[in-house]
Write a protein that binds this ligand. Structure first.
Ligand code: ADP
Length: 422
């Protein structure tokens, strides 16, 4: 195999209001160091002379309000400086939200609930991170809600969830994910079960409302909601549904005028809908890249990002767990006795006998103590992955971030698969 030469350090001098955009070469890493001035990565300030490391395929922008010098070490797919960024517009949005928080505080009301919508790859997640970072840097405690089941940034793909943000995102690892609120969906696309998707969104909104009642600072700080890039048909209806459930005050539409017009038409007048451009730096990710990003997310859950985690592998007796799946095909009405009301097939819990069909699947561990807590509406403690099923011994071998025993007995099957190649 040909050995590549060690790349030279690249130094960049950035003028004020410009950003350095780079992508890490596949299989490589890049270290970034700020040598002069001040700069930030998606709203988190860089510490001068500290080395930040980014992994394979990471796409990063280093923005400066006043000018700076940065050094990149390692191989990049590309690295260039752009003067053309929507950052001033985004910071103005932040300022407007901050004014709403101030008003909420003064008047004893609740702060802005903001939803960010748009097609895939327009920088929705990035804008969420930016607005959350700016809010928390001013001492606010905003809640980040992620409804994007395709990326599942709060837990793993196939889930939605929320976290109270108490400090800026770590430059390398993102937001601290302590004490997240997670709901099981089980699929990487909302279309797989719209009823379930809408139900868990409603539940998540409920719990957020309860938290706001108990925590004045969380209430005043409001929330920033990330959504998935499915903006047509049922996807569009799910945006309207989420807006209603969370009682959003502001919707930021990135880069799609039609969606903006539709939302203005379909939402009540008190919801402020604003259209903003996407950043030219946002890189489109073709389907395979998106799929591998999903796998990476699951791998990170088990193996860690910067600090390696060492997941545990152990056997679980079938007798010690109860596995369910949400959703079952409906019976034709003609098969039912007259007068029976069919349970909604999409949100029906179906008991599953463990078998070869669950190998490599991720399972959500429910916090439920008994089936009296509806498993759909109960939050998730964590995830395991089934690596083997032994029918003879009636045990399955699982990969788990925590040692045995499992916290509770109820589990939900997901469509999300993970193959452990280590
Ligand atoms: P969406 O949530 O709309 O799918 P993301 O916010 O995840 O889009 O952005 C897609 C990718 O583009 C991410 O990898 C992100 O790090 C990268 N990105 C966002 N803004 C910039 C920028 N200004 N320069 C370079 N890369 C960026």
């Amino acid at each position: 195999e040909e050995k590549k030469e060690d790349p030279k350090d690249q130094e960049f001098k950035l003028e004020k209001d410009t950003e350095l955009r780079f992508e890490v070469e596949t299989g490589g890493t890049i270290t970034l160091e700020l040598s002069e001035g001040m700069a930030e990565v998606f709203g988190t300030e860089l510490v001068k002379n500290k080395k930040f490391t980014f992994g394979s395929g990471a796409k990063v922008a280093v923005f400066t309000w006043h000018g700076c010098k940065v050094v990149l070490h390692g191989r990049t797919e590309f690295a260039y400086v752009s003067k053309d960024t929507p950052m001033v517009m985004y910071v103005n949005t932040h300022a407007a939200l901050e004014q709403m928080r101030q008003q909420a505080q003064d008047q004893g009301k609740r702060g802005p609930r903001v939803m960010i919508v748009g097609p895939t790859d327009v920088g929705k997640s990035t804008l969420c991170r930016l607005l959350l970072n700016y809010a928390v840097r001013l001492g606010r405690r905003p809640t980040f809600v992620d409804l994007d089941v395709g990326q599942g940034s709060i837990a793993i793909p196939g889930t939605i969830g929320g976290i109270l943000v108490e400090r800026p995102a770590d430059v390398e690892e993102g937001f601290s994910l302590q004490a997240p609120l997670i709901y099981h969906f089980g699929h990487a696309s909302p279309g797989a079960n719209m009823e379930l998707y809408e139900r868990i969104i409603a539940k998540c909104a409920d719990v957020f409302n309860q938290r706001c009642e108990l925590n004045r600072q969380a209430s005043v700080s409001g929330c920033i909601i990330n959504t998935c890039g499915w903006v047509k048909g049922e996807g569009y209806r799910s945006i309207l549904h989420a807006a209603r459930e969370f009682e959003v005050d502001v919707i930021i539409v990135l880069d799609q005028e039609r969606l903006y017009n539709d939302l203005k038409r379909d939402l009540p007048g008190f919801v402020k809908v604003v259209l903003q451009p996407k950043s030219g730096g946002v890189v489109e990710r073709p389907q395979p890249v998106r799929r591998s990003a999903r796998e990476d997310r699951v791998r990170e859950y088990f193996y860690g990002v910067r600090q390696p985690l060492y997941p545990h592998s152990f056997d679980v007796k079938f007798a010690d767990v109860s596995l369910y799946q949400v959703g079952a095909p409906a019976l034709p009405d003609s098969c039912l006795p007259l007068d029976t009301q069919q349970e909604n097939p999409y949100t029906k819990l179906v008991h599953i006998q463990p078998g070869a069909q669950i190998v490599h699947h991720v399972l959500s561990l429910s916090m439920a103590d008994s089936l009296k807590d509806n498993l759909i509406d109960t939050n998730i403690a964590g995830f395991i992955c089934v690596t083997n099923v032994d029918m003879e011994r009636q045990v399955m071998t699982v990969l788990s971030p925590a040692p045995r025993p499992l916290p509770k007995r109820y589990m939900l099957l997901t469509d999300i698969r993970f193959m452990d190649f280590r």
